[in-house]
Design a protein around this ligand. Sequence first.
Ligand SMILES: NC(=O)c1ccc[n+]([C@@H]2O[C@H](COP(=O)([O-])OP(=O)(O)OC[C@H]3O[C@@H](n4cnc5c(N)ncnc54)[C@H](O)[C@@H]3O)[C@@H](O)[C@H]2O)c1
Length: 469
Amino acid sequence: MSNNRREFLKLSGLAGLGVVGTGFKGLSLEEQEQVLAQSKKKHAQRFNMSGYAAPKLEVVRVGIVGLGSRGPGAVNRLSKIEGVEIKALCDLRPEMVDKVVKSLEGTSHKPETYSGSAYAWKKMVDRDDLDLIYIATPWEWHTPMAVYAMEAGKHACSEVPIAVTLEECWQLVETSERTKKHCMMMENCCYDFFELMTLNMARDGFFGDVFHGEGAYIHDLLGLNFSKTGYQDMWRLKENFRNGNLYPTHGLGPVCQAMNINRGDQMDYLTSLSSNDFLMKAHAQKLAETDNFYNSFATKSYRGNMNTTMVKTKKGKSIMIQHDVSSPRPYSRIHLLSGTKGAASKYPVPGISTGHEGWLKADEMKVLEEKYTPEIVKKVGEMAKQIGGHGGMDFMMDWRMIDCLRNGLPLDQDVYDGALWSAIGPLSEWSVANRSNSIDVPDFTAGSWETNSPVELTLKGGGTTGVSV
Ligand SMILES: NC(=O)c1ccc[n+]([C@@H]2O[C@H](COP(=O)([O-])OP(=O)(O)OC[C@H]3O[C@@H](n4cnc5c(N)ncnc54)[C@H](O)[C@@H]3O)[C@@H](O)[C@H]2O)c1
């Protein structure tokens, strides 16, 4: 069987209008309209997964697929959480699996392994002794793997973005609703310390009505994306042949939580604009001068270096999201919240303000930290810092998900969050390709955003899962 994911989609019956291809690329205007109409029609059938609690699992038996740069860290973190059994590991490349198996020597985890083909993961997912499939593969595999996992009776969680087309977003929503299996996109930035504190402050009304938010993924990955030893088969560079906000969720997730998107407000429409590419093709051409490997990359067109996407919400609020992975500038996710009574901004230095005079002083910030540090940080924040993973946020995310599964609680990020935040990718592609015309954002919740509860910030009903550092 071909290693090609598009071939797989066709063979597995997952192919539908808009699945094969990236976003709207390659579709005529008429076909794009059909995709949107089809999306709207799907509002008919519903089971609301927001706030849904699956039966408690005392032990969470996990299978992990994708053991490149990101996956092994997840294995390490999960291995330290009480009630987790790492039962199975999978990667296309056997050597990646071997390395992770070795790292677990001396622990109680004795996983079975799967590798050697692009479909070995299906064998793993088909086992009947797994509760959760944890996905850390290239983007194009996230939805096929998550959908297959839910169909096989497992909860699914996936790295970001969980979908690359609108059709995939709908598949995730429909499958999660039909199978009543959790489908969580692992947006770790929602668990960073400043983001959690400002979410708590927003919830308490500190900022008044938060009517504007900004997020971004500004990270100079030019060298890594073009490195032959970076991402498997150069997949991440190839994603940059698309033009739009390809990686929206790190900046967007925490802003959506603070603005209660999907849970009190909803995205209405967006418009998106990309600069031209002034760096990537030039870099490819320079590399090709001395290395034939880069010849094919030197002839390609790349996404504009900076993409700016603006969203209007149904309640009249605004969100701005940026994406730039090639400019020589410092890392930033912005994380700005602007309300009727105050504002927060994370980069370059975390600050809170209540007026135009400037940011609060260190002693005032300390008082706020004491008041607004959420329960999860008090409970596992210090251990998370020791275990690591982007300063601790990765561990807090994994711990919270496992704690919710073990206590039969709804997950903080449900399938609607994953679908909506990921949908910015294909929607922004369409807008960029159409002179920044606006496009409606589908309501994946089918109206239940009006009554869904905001994400839970206490550990009510849970907080019982231990950690071994
Ligand atoms: N949340 C974060 O902070 C964060 C950070 C880094 C990466 N990521 C995400 O993690 C995911 C993985 O990224 P990475 O940096 O580890 O990439 P990578 O290329 O290093 O690793 C991907 C792994 O998946 C394997 N793989 C590919 N196709 C497969 C298949 N069909 N079956 C089984 N294994 C397959 C590859 O062999 C490789 O080992 C991406 O979605 C990326 O966006 C998230």
